[in-house]
Write a protein that binds this ligand. Structure first.
Ligand SMILES: [Mn+2]
Length: 301
């Protein structure tokens, strides 16, 4: 199916068809079957195969999503063992959250074993409020009275999306940051069921890295600020070299921080005054790169 027809459908879709797409994708995500991957609850362990594309926060920016999809050759990658990995925060803030959702859900329906949609903190299954959470208004303006059924189904979807990808010996990918108190990979796979008994799930979705060492409370009111010492400890535990995350705008759309242990990728424009959005093509077959080397390969839009 051509991208152009997906975007055309997104603009015209009726509530009943949006709901049936959501139902299909909820079933697909619940089964959790992916090529060359093992899913353990919300943790995906991915084999080192294929060129893949990593997309950061979209926040309703359907223009940039379309530009990424049209220019990245992602379908060629998908046909050669690659994946499309999105790091969460699909809706809210931007003006076109529903087109972003429709497009990604349709791609997931068409390529169920090749697309990984991670949950971000805006995929609100927390007791912690996100602001603004305007996707409900966007659904209401678009679909009227059926907004509630659609929103309920989105919540069901969010509650089942995976939250971490690990490519052994190479990378860990997640929305916000690494957990402070982590003893094993198992702690990650059990994080959602343990929430809120411990804060691992919350920190994966809400935390932000800083260049100074240590741990500080986050101004976001959830998650933590964590230093490169915490990142290095976690990378050792999960047997990875580099953290790839999203969650914070950066002026170039991509930024290497924390002694080149951590890469931020941010894929929307317009609302945060960042000059560029970016996405990351990444060849998982190649030897692991640090975040400085990855940043050089990111594509800025
Ligand atoms: Mn976020």
């Amino acid at each position: 199916m051509e991208l152009e027809s997906i975007f055309k459908e997104a603009a015209e879709v009726k509530a009943v068809d949006f709901i049936s797409l959501l139902d299909n994708v909820i079933d697909i995500v619940e089964e959790g079957e992916l090529d060359h991957a093992e899913a353990r609850n919300g943790l995906v362990i991915l084999e080192s195969k294929g060129k893949s594309i990593v997309i950061g926060d979209l926040h309703g920016d359907s223009y940039t999503l379309r530009e990424i999809l049209e220019t990245s050759k992602f379908t060629t990658y998908l046909n050669n063992d690659g994946k499309l990995i999105c790091l969460g925060d699909y809706g809210d803030r931007g003006f076109d959250s529903l087109t972003v959702y429709y497009t990604l859900l349709k791609l997931k329906e068409l390529n169920p074993r090749k697309i990984i949609l991670l949950i971000g903190n805006h995929e609100g299954v927390f007791k912690i409020p996100v602001y603004p959470h305007d996707i409900i208004e966007q659904i209401y303006l678009r679909f009227g009275e059926e907004y509630n059924e659609i929103y309920e189904k989105l919540i069901t979807l969010w509650s089942q999306l995976p939250y971490t990808v690990i490519i052994p010996e190479k990378y860990i990918l997640l929305h916000g940051g690494v957990p402070i108190e982590l003893n094993s990979i198992d702690d990650i796979s059990k994080a959602r069921e343990k929430y809120p008994l411990n804060s691992i799930f919350e920190e994966i979705l809400w935390s932000d890295p800083m260049d100074e060492g240590g741990v500080y409370p986050s101004p976001r009111g959830a998650g933590k600020l964590f230093g490169p010492d915490i990142t290095r400890k976690t990378l050792n535990i999960v047997n990875a070299k580099t953290l790839i995350r999203s969650h914070e705008p950066c002026i170039e759309g991509v930024e290497s921080i924390q002694e080149n242990l951590t890469l931020t990728v941010f894929s929307c424009k317009g609302i945060y005054y960042n000059k560029n959005a970016a996405y990351l093509p990444i060849d998982l077959k190649e030897e692991a790169k640090n975040s400085y080397e990855l940043a050089l390969e990111a594509i800025k839009l």
